[in-house]
Design a protein around this ligand. Structure first.
Ligand SMILES: [Zn+2]
Length: 345
């Protein structure tokens, strides 16, 4: 179901309002954060987390086509250059970013980016790619979707799987994001046990993820590659030395595997409760030049924080893309979850 803002964007789009607004130069930077792109064929079932899926490939093509005409789509290099020279372009700048290393990024998004010759950034959780294991949000969704139980009990809470699997999924996602490192594997094992579901096979998980060859090909094709941590654990739940290890190790692995300098990190999950001032400081000392957050809004160039480059979830509807780019104060979604239960990962 569309939100109030999405309905408004749709109505204004019908009258060509955003094309008129886009004629007025507006400085500033909008960074869209996508996770997964859906294939155009309808009816494909998904055993994993539905809420990390964004636009279809055709919708994404329309996003890129419109943005290329009405904004300036910039690369990591251009962003670093603008920040260093402090001479922002008059035209609205946009960056396209993808988190989590899903295979559809390579199969569905990259061909569109190549077709239009526009850059994007891909933030990679290195252990996931090396070990061929999906993130905890997908494992949580998989266990809940595949459970045949009507209800499960966890920490004194009863979750009704028969009537509301989405609520059960959100309960465990929030628990996972707040769970201290060292206990997150226990939480997943307990969930699988409670749901009476085996973890997805290695082959099933492998098919969802890019390989190092895919990522290397995109890097050679001019796409930016950054870190998304090593194990994708939430920085704010980790002590300083573990945060350091996450950021240093993932940067080293990416630089070695791809033979390119790694200058950016996107904090896993990424809103203000998931990274701290200490995380930003560690990112700097680990050699990063930029840190990207998520669900944190957009940036006007003045006073922008290099270690909190704000991002917004990439919407499905082209109308919302147009609304956010031309009138960000009106169309920027509220932080954290929207009504569809969308969440950062
Ligand atoms: Zn993520």
């Amino acid at each position: 179901m569309k939100s109030r803002k999405e309905k408004l964007a749709c109505q204004l789009d019908r009258f060509g309002f955003f094309e008129v607004m886009a004629r007025f130069p507006r400085p500033g930077l909008i960074i869209f954060g996508y996770h997964r792109i859906r294939p155009d064929q309808a009816g494909q079932t998904n055993e994993f987390d539905d809420d990390v899926f964004g636009p279809t490939q055709s919708q994404f093509r329309m996003h890129v086509d419109w943005l290329r005409k009405h904004a300036r789509i910039i690369s990591e290099d251009e962003l670093l250059n603008i920040l260093a020279t402090r001479r922002p372009p008059k035209k609205r700048c946009v960056m396209l970013t993808f988190d989590d290393g899903y295979r559809d990024n390579f199969k569905l998004a990259y061909p569109v980016l190549k077709e239009y010759q526009v850059p994007a950034m891909f933030f990679i959780p290195t252990l996931s790619i090396s070990n061929r294991t999906l993130g905890w949000w997908d494992i949580i969704a998989y266990c809940i979707k595949n459970s045949r139980k009507d209800a499960i009990h966890y920490d004194g809470q009863t979750l009704l799987l028969k009537s509301d699997k989405q609520a059960a999924k959100i309960f465990f996602l929030e628990k996972m994001k707040a769970t201290a490192c060292g206990h997150t594997a226990d939480l997943l094992a307990r969930l699988a046990d409670t749901c009476e579901v085996d973890f997805p096979s290695r082959a099933i998980q492998d098919a969802q993820l890019m390989t190092w060859d895919h990522i290397r090909e995109m890097a050679l094709g001019g796409m930016g590659i950054g870190s998304h941590g090593h194990t994708h654990r939430v920085m704010a739940t980790l002590p300083r030395d573990v945060q350091e290890e996450e950021m240093r190790l993932s940067r080293e692995i990416l630089a070695t595997k791809l033979d390119i300098p790694i200058r950016s990190i996107a904090y896993p999950v990424g809103d203000y409760t998931h990274f701290t001032h200490e995380s930003k400081d560690i990112a700097r000392t680990c050699g990063y030049q930029l840190g990207f957050s998520f669900n944190t809004g957009y940036t006007s160039w003045e006073g922008s924080d290099h270690f909190n480059m704000r991002r917004l979830g990439g919407p499905e509807d082209l109308g919302m893309i147009k609304g956010i780019v031309t009138l960000p104060k009106v169309f920027t979604r509220d932080s954290k979850k929207n009504k569809r239960g969308e969440h950062g990962t």
